[in-house]
Design a protein around this ligand. Structure first.
Ligand SMILES: C[S@@+](CC[C@H](N)C(=O)[O-])C[C@H]1O[C@@H](n2cnc3c(N)ncnc32)[C@H](O)[C@@H]1O
Length: 343
């Protein structure tokens, strides 16, 4: 779905003559809604984004991307005439993306930073304003700031480039900024691990595997596992999981479960902590997609192990799909469902 606030801000900037030259080489970093660049009339667009759905859309629209549909890097970093950065929920990811913009834009080219107030665009306008000259305007509950790339990149911005490196969090796991639970292990995932430990065997799939915590623990605590598949839509998370789950039993799939079918079938177990946000919105719809996928890929009598936040309610869907289910653990914040595929 198009993000109207981003589009209206970009159109406004164009009308006011603050951004122009759309036949030149443009790079867009972190934009889910790449259609807004079609609306602007950008011709040579390169998209940089970790989500599979965005890369698929970009390729379908004949834009360039840094990775192909298998997640392999296809393009060397080049110089762009202007670069657009959309801020994300992760401050470190955004600062890294801004640093990249400063490195890949030609001298005197525009660096345009877009974001909603509630995601903290004011912070970035202030910060960049102390380091370079910039102009900005407010529109549609957010702001756009425009700076010119200067010959010398300020030292602080050079430091932000380090935020794109793998970071070790405790227990030797590596994460990248923007991944789910990038700083620490999620409490819900931890609870799920306690419940499935010593119960998994055979063929296992981890849906929405993130940086691989559930799979790493599954392999550590269940030596009867023969094969484990990690399925994840965010490429940065999947890259981390390849480091965190180094076992030869592991297979990795860069897949968006909303848009793509999995070839995996006949699993003995599915483990999952499904997402409950889509962009800014709190939603159960992704959880339903995950539940349907789990049912499809489990063998008959296979078992689903799922954790979810207590305020969400998946009971009707689990009942429709599995019938044989029970809550095996309920804490202040989480519920664990164990469900058996009956048909
Ligand atoms: C709540 S996190 C759980 C991550 C990991 N399993 C853990 O326990 O730490 C949900 C994960 O699902 C991924 N995800 C979101 N939408 C997805 C989709 N449509 N297809 C596949 N994965 C998705 C997110 O990127 C995120 O890593």
């Amino acid at each position: 779905m198009a993000n109207c606030t981003t589009t209206s801000r970009l159109i406004y900037a164009k009308k006011k003559g603050l951004i122009n030259n759309f036949s030149s080489k443009v790079c867009a970093i972190g934009f889910n809604d790449i259609q807004c660049f079609e609306t602007l009339g950008v011709k040579k667009l390169t998209i940089c984004h970790p989500e599979k759905s965005v890369i698929k859309k970009a390729i379908a629209l004949n834009h360039l991307t840094f990775v192909d549909l298998n997640g392999f890097t296809t393009r060397k970093i080049q110089v762009f005439d202007q670069t657009f950065v959309n801020i994300t929920k992760s401050r470190k990811e955004t600062l890294f993306n801004i640093a990249v913009a400063f490195f890949v834009t030609k001298i005197d080219g525009n660096i345009v930073i877009n974001g909603d107030k509630e995601l903290g665009i004011d912070f970035y306008c202030k910060k960049i304003g102390t380091l370079t000259n910039l102009i900005f305007f407010s529109k549609s509950h957010g702001k756009i700031s425009i700076s010119k790339k200067t010959k010398f990149i300020p030292n602080e911005i050079k430091i932000w480039k380090n935020y794109g490196k793998y970071r070790k969090i405790f227990s030797n796991y590596y994460t990248l900024p923007g991944c789910f639970s990038e700083k620490e292990i999620d409490d819900g995932s931890n609870l799920l691990v306690q419940n499935f430990s010593n119960n998994l065997y055979g063929k296992v799939t981890d849906l929405g595997a993130g940086w691989g915590y559930l799979s790493a623990k599954a392999l550590e605590n269940n030596n009867r596992i023969k094969e484990i598949s990690l399925v994840e839509s965010n490429l940065n998370s999947l890259k981390c999981s390849k480091i965190n789950v180094s076992s030869l039993k592991a297979k990795f799939y860069w897949t968006d479960l909303e848009e793509e079918n999995l070839s995996i079938r006949n699993c003995d177990h599915v483990i999952m902590n499904p997402p409950f946000h889509k962009g800014k919105q709190f939603t159960q719809s992704l959880g339903f997609v995950f539940l349907k996928t789990a049912k499809k890929i489990l063998k008959k009598k296979g078992t689903l192990w799922m954790v979810h936040n207590k305020e969400l309610n998946y009971e009707n869907s689990v009942n429709d799909l599995f019938q044989n289910y029970k809550y095996i653990d309920i804490t202040k914040n989480y519920k664990i469902i164990k469900a058996i595929k009956c048909f």
